[in-house]
Design a protein around this ligand. Structure first.
Ligand SMILES: [Zn+2]
Length: 502
């Protein structure tokens, strides 16, 4: 057995990520900054395709709007949203060396359990009873405090106007609600999506590509009338089975998850809004398109003490990862009318809409599916990384989520082979082609497999007599003879992405 096969998959992946331009820690020449990541040529493209697939599933398939709002927001936005006071972590600062730690992480590493949602005072007591000291210098901690997770900045010169970098894209949708509602033909339900960078000033992230201070979020704010559109009108989603870990099960000490038909969850009142299970089913379908195995993801209902301040109910989609266990890749929050009402109060703008069928004026309610793109990218890579018997690495990502569509190789690096290969590559111009004529053909196949290019076209001796090439399949290494004239149509078919199940 090769040495590589004895290593952990996550270690192989981290090494591959640096070596082949998927991702790596940023600013290494200055010692690096935790929680910041640079995507290379390969990682950028896989992530872009992942985002496009998400847009296809969560925006186009439902006829939602998609917008782009600023990354910077003025302070009143985040006063209204509650983030300025609520979006915090409890932290401890060493009185001697000044190091700051997230209280829950520090205490669990010191072997001390703290109750979910412990107050600052309770944390101080736990620290003192267990005489927890600074792991760096053994110094004593000063009082626990709230650490604001938003990056603060100033807007303009001399004005002193405080701004924040957005911690979610949602507020850029809520603040524009009145205009978006008109664009959506003034009717509910209405979905508005956004894909963009968000910023969270984590105290001391130590989970590599999983806990980032700047990352891409893909989210939908789905507005509805809880009285006239309490759930989807089509009932297709009810028959689907989803892997669920409920809050009630967790309180009984259950771990893992169980498969539940959505209908059962709806009938037993598990969901505070039926739009939540609808988006869970859509997510299951999306994860299937990412080739995340069915036993490696679940929807965990968050305990009341774990919920974000705006959420009446919250489910996380968690994917099982080798190094980090069950890891949140998406959240599904029932935000009620919390945000629109908050902005109505602080801005003075009326966010009510008129429901003509019932003659009522209401502030719409919101269910929000929200996905972390980098975490999904990591989960996609880890679950699709294969180490072959002979020690070769094969990134077996679905063809539509590959960094290139196809490799084009001349069998030999002779001028007539290279010329013909370049001609075929040009003919495939609307695909993303990896043209490689360096080194042996075996090495070129290996490099192509490592970054997950699903197909390789090779120009060989026979090409010159009958205008055919070999089409090689990454996952099976099968080679098929195909006429150059049929190549374009064949690749289009092989590269097409599936459609959502709901
Ligand atoms: Zn210290």
């Amino acid at each position: 057995m090769s040495a590589l096969r004895q290593q952990r998959k996550s270690d192989v992946l981290m090494e591959l990520a640096k070596r082949r331009g998927i991702f790596w820690p940023s600013y290494e020449i200055y010692g690096g900054v935790r929680g910041l990541l640079t995507l290379g040529n390969v990682g950028f493209e896989i992530k872009r395709r992942l985002e496009n697939l998400w847009i296809k599933y969560f925006v186009y398939s439902r006829n939602f709007q998609i917008i782009e709002s600023p990354v910077i927001g003025p302070r009143p936005v985040y006063v209204a949203s509650g983030h300025e006071t609520q979006f915090t972590d409890k932290a401890l600062k060493c009185g001697k060396c000044g190091a700051v730690f997230r209280a829950d992480h520090l205490l669990s590493e010191a072997g001390v359990t703290i109750p979910e949602g412990a107050s600052l005072q309770e944390i101080d007591e736990i620290v003192s009873i267990n005489s927890v000291k600074c792991p760096n210098c053994k110094g004593d901690f000063s009082k626990a405090f709230h650490w604001l997770l938003m990056f603060k900045t100033e807007i303009g010169a001399g004005s002193g106007e405080i701004g924040y970098l957005r911690p979610e894209t949602a507020q850029g949708i809520f603040t524009e609600f009145k205009r978006l509602y008109v664009h959506g033909r003034s009717s509910l339900p209405m979905g508005v999506a956004q894909v963009g960078r968000v910023f969270r000033n984590e105290v001391s992230p130590r989970q590599g590509p999983i806990r980032l201070r700047e990352f891409t979020i893909m989210e939908v704010e789905f507005f509805f009338d809880p009285d006239s559109n309490p759930g989807p009108s089509e009932e297709d989603y009810l028959k689907h089975e989803i892997p669920v870990l409920t809050a009630e099960d967790q309180e009984k000490g259950v771990t893992g998850f169980r498969k539940m038909r959505v209908k059962e969850g709806v009938e037993t009142g598990l969901f505070s809004s039926n739009w939540i299970p609808f988006f869970l089913v859509l997510t299951k379908s999306f994860l299937k398109a990412l080739k995340i195995p069915e036993d490696a993801f679940r929807f965990r209902e968050k305990l009341p003490s774990e919920r974000a301040h705006y959420a009446k109910q919250l489910f996380d989609c968690e994917v099982l990862l080798e190094s980090w266990g069950w890891t949140e890749v998406a959240g599904f929050a029932y935000r009620t009318d919390y945000d629109l009402s908050g902005h109505m109060k602080v801005s003075g703008e009326d966010m009510n809409v008129f429901i003509s069928s019932s003659g009522r004026r209401i502030v719409p309610h919101v269910v929000e599916p929200s996905f972390g793109a980098e975490r999904l990218l990591y989960a996609l890579l880890e679950h699709n990384l294969r180490i072959e018997e002979d020690g070769r690495i094969c990134l077996s990502t679905p063809p539509y989520l590959s960094p290139f569509d196809v490799s084009v190789f001349p069998l030999l690096s002779k001028p007539d082979f290279v010329r013909k290969a370049a001609e075929v590559a040009r003919m495939l111009g609307d695909f993303k082609v990896n043209f490689d004529d360096s080194g042996s053909i075996g090495r070129r196949y290996a490099r192509s497999d490592e970054i997950g290019i699903p197909f390789a076209v090779t120009i060989d001796h026979q090409t010159f007599s009958d205008d055919s090439v070999t089409l090689r399949f990454r996952d099976t290494r099968e080679q098929r003879r195909i006429g150059i004239g049929s190549l374009h149509a064949e690749l289009s078919k092989l590269l097409s992405a599936p459609k959502p199940d709901v």
